[in-house]
Design a protein around this ligand. Structure first.
Ligand code: ZN
Length: 340
C-alpha cells in the first residue's frame, strides 16, 4: 500500500480547519523527495517547498528550515544546495529541508515579515491553522517538519536592514537535557559567537521557531550569517559548513569538519534609540566597546545633533542596523557580552 509520501496521485486530507493537501513526491534520485506543503488562506494558496532525504542507514532526523525571513539569502541558498550535495548513501537517518518557508517575502524582497498579512513568521510559532497566512505557514512547518525531528535549525542570514557577525542563538539556560543539546548544536555550527538572549522576545503573537521547538522538547538553534540583502558566497559556505558540522555531531554523516572558530559564549541583548531621527553609527561590526563610549549620533532632518548615543555596557557589537531610519525605541545594535 502506498504511503501518503509515495502516492502517485494527489492526496487530500480534509481536516477540521480546512484543506491540507500533500502533493505527490517528485523523485530526483533514490530517497530524495521534493514536494510542497500546501494550504489555503482566503483566496491564496500557501506553498512551502520541502525536501526529505532518507539515508541508507538508520539515524536521527535533522530538519533545516531556511527563509523564515524571505530576504535572508545566504541561509536560503545553503539550504537549496545541501539537499543536492548530501547523498543518501552517505547519510544515516533523515534530513528534512525547507529551502525557503516565506516565499511571498522572498519574491517581494520584504524584510522581517510576510507581506501577505504583515506578520513576522519568526514570532508566529507554533502557528495556528485557523489564523492568517503567516500563522498557517508556521503551523504547516511545525506539524509536518518539526514534529518527528530530533533537532531543528532555524536558518537566517541577516535581514536587508542589518549587518551582523555570524552567530548561533538560543534561549536563556533552562539547565535540562534539551538545553544541553541546543548548546552542543550551537557549538557544532562553528561560528564566532553562541549567544543566549538576555530577554525573551515578546511572545504575544507566538514564538520564534527555535524557541517553540525547544519548548516542545526538541533541541533547536537560530543561526545567522549574512546581511543587507546580499547573496554572498562566504556566508553561504559558513551555513553549509554549519549544516555538515551539525549532521556530523548528530552522527548522521562522517565529516572531518575542522573548526575555524573558538566560539565565544555570551549573553545577547539589543540596544535601542531613545528618539526618532537620522542615526549615524560610529562603531564597526565585531568591535568591542566600553561602557559610556560614543557609538553614534542621532540628528534631526536639518542635520542638527539630537543626541550622542553611548554604549550601555562593555560589549561586542554583533549586529548593526545599517539603515539610518531611527524610530523611537527601535533597535540600533545587537550586542554580546560575557555571561554573568
Ligand atoms: Zn531573520
Amino acid at each position: 500500500m502506498w504511503s501518503r509520501w509515495e502516492s502517485p496521485t494527489r492526496v487530500i486530507c480534509f481536516l477540521s480547519w480546512g484543506t491540507f493537501r500533500m502533493e505527490p513526491s517528485r523523485m530526483s534520485g533514490d530517497n530524495r523527495k521534493k514536494r510542497h506543503l500546501t494550504a489555503v488562506w482566503e483566496d491564496r494558496e500557501i506553498r512551502i517547498p520541502l525536501v526529505e532525504l532518507t539515508g541508507v542507514k538508520d539515524g536521527p532526523t535533522l530538519s533545516i528550515v531556511a527563509g523564515v525571513h524571505g530576504s535572508e539569502y545566504p541561509g536560503i541558498e545553503a539550504a537549496i544546495r545541501i539537499v543536492n550535495q548530501i547523498e543518501p548513501n552517505e547519510l544515516r537517518g533523515r534530513l528534512r529541508v525547507v529551502p525557503v518557508m516565506n516565499i511571498p517575502a522572498f519574491l517581494k524582497r520584504t524584510e522581517a515579515v510576510c507581506p501577505e498579512d504583515g506578520k513576522n513568521p519568526n514570532r508566529a510559532f507554533p502557528g495556528n491553522p485557523e489564523g492568517s497566512y503567516t500563522d498557517i505557514m508556521a503551523n504547516l512547518v511545525f506539524e509536518h517538519v518539526v514534529k518527528g525531528s530530533d533537532a531543528v535549525l532555524n536558518v537566517h542570514g541577516g535581514d536587508i536592514f542589518e549587518a551582523l557577525v555570524p552567530y548561533a542563538g538560543m534561549g536563556r539556560s533552562t539547565g535540562g537535557k534539551t538545553d544541553k543539546m541546543c548548546r552542543e548544536l550551537g557549538l557544532a555550527y562553528d561560528l564566532p559567537f553562541l549567544v543566549r538572549f538576555a530577554v525573551p522576545h515578546d511572545s504575544s503573537t507566538g514564538l520564534d521557531l527555535n524557541s517553540a521547538v525547544q519548548a516542545s522538547g526538541i533541541p533547536s538553534i537560530l543561526v545567522e550569517a549574512g546581511g543587507n540583502g546580499l547573496l554572498d558566497e562566504k556566508n553561504v559556505q559558513i551555513h553549509l559548513r554549519g549544516f555538515r558540522n551539525c549532521m556530523a555531531s548528530l552522527g548522521m554523516i562522517d565529516c572531518e569538519c575542522p573548526r575555524e572558530h573558538k566560539t565565544v559564549e555570551c549573553i545577547s541583548d539589543f540596544w535601542r534609540i531613545r528618539q526618532t531621527g537620522v542615526f549615524y553609527p560610529s562603531v564597526t561590526l565585531g568591535q568591542r566597546v566600553s561602557l559610556g563610549q560614543d557609538i553614534g549620533v542621532l540628528k534631526d532632518w536639518f542635520g542638527d545633533e539630537i543626541e550622542i548615543v553611548k554604549a550601555e555596557r562593555d560589549a561586542w557589537i554583533i549586529a548593526i542596523v545599517t539603515t539610518p531610519a531611527a524610530v523611537k525605541n527601535a533597535i540600533i545594535y545587537q550586542v554580546a557580552y560575557e555571561q554573568e
